[in-house]
Ligand binder design. Sequence first.
Ligand code: NIG
Ligand code: FE
Length: 438
Amino acid sequence: MTNNDASRLLAVVNCRQLVTLSGAARPRTGADMRELAIIENGALLVRDGRIERTGKYDEIKSLITPDYEIEDAGGGVVMPGFVDAHAHPVFAGTRVDEYEQRAGGATYQEIRAAGGGILSTVGRTRAASEDELLIAAKRYANWFLRGGTTTIEAKSGYGLTIEDELKMLRVIRRLNDETALRYVPTFLGAHDVPPEYENHAAAYVALIVDEMLPRVLAENLAEYADAFCEDKVFTVEQTRRVLLAARRHNLKLRLHADQLTLGGGACLAAELRATTADHLEHTDADGIEAMRRAGVQPVLLPASVYALGLSRYPAARRMIDAGLAVVLATDFNPGSSPVPSMPMVLSLASTQMKMTCAEAVTACTVNAAYSLNRGHLLGSLEAGKFADFVIHDCRDYREIAYFVGIESTHTVFVRGQCVFAATTTGGESHDRTLSHAT
Ligand code: NIG
Ligand code: FE
């Protein structure tokens, strides 16, 4: 696609399955999570970067005047771009050495206690310039797009000084301007206690509350605040202090909760009316009930369980059955989840957490969009929403997760513009006609 005119008209035709997820304008719960509103042999009309109309091709073909550019989906599956509601996509270096140490039996907590973990990425990220971080993150932006993800949440949290946290958030702002991926910024100053505050977590919390948050807000660099509530990181009381201050600054709240131990994070998220509580591998029935009553959305991150070589996945079935509007995300980061692939997350959701394919798709599209305060703009293919959609090279949307380790993504559109198109391994342009023409 070469036409860069945002005002153009586009008709996407020959969609064997148009997975619209149209439905009530709210996060989906219970049986609604299993209803994807799929249109067989569908077509999608786009005007000015927004969805104009969806329907069966035969019913809307008369609307496709010669002014429309035609995109032939080749009998493939067309669905909304994935919305990844929990990611740490700005960092310097990797932690591939720790990955190998875990293969040798070391745990995430042992590596952290020995001076590795989050703080090793903090050291590298502090040493990197804004431009160096930007270059690294642009590479990851391409990975997200090529996996069919068009929006991600992006956390700071590897700076842990005022200037380094601001540096990360400015990088996120530039990524939003300079890449096709959409970013929703979250301030995660309370990701860990930095080395210069070792054994002085309370003083570091005071720095976050008194100095970091006002600066972040003065530059309007974040929409959400987050904190890592975990044994040997931040206590419930310290986390409450950070998040209450963030809320006073009108930030909405997310929370790393009950990841490695049951520490009361889910209940705290409920108490604070946080938008989300994330991870929840150890959350018990009380935590689930507290989230239900408070309307907190659980964000489940099975790729971090997988990549840490653990076996305790969050209780997704119990959460769905309790009526929670479950979200799935990658948790992409250099330590616990070097996984930018939402298809991989979908696979883990079904194989390890027993979510149906439809529940999993709902969790990382429309429910994820609501968890980022963008349910009115993203996450389903409905008139008026942004035309962020993906043509997948398959005949049935369930194949996106079923075939593992290979991307089904064929073409990715953001606001009606093609931002990624798969190529063959020979380096030639992909034949734009898929093999599924009906
Ligand atoms: O969500 N748990 C805290 N934060 C990340 C890990 C970050 C890292 O290891 O660098 C997580 O798993
Ligand atoms: Fe995380």
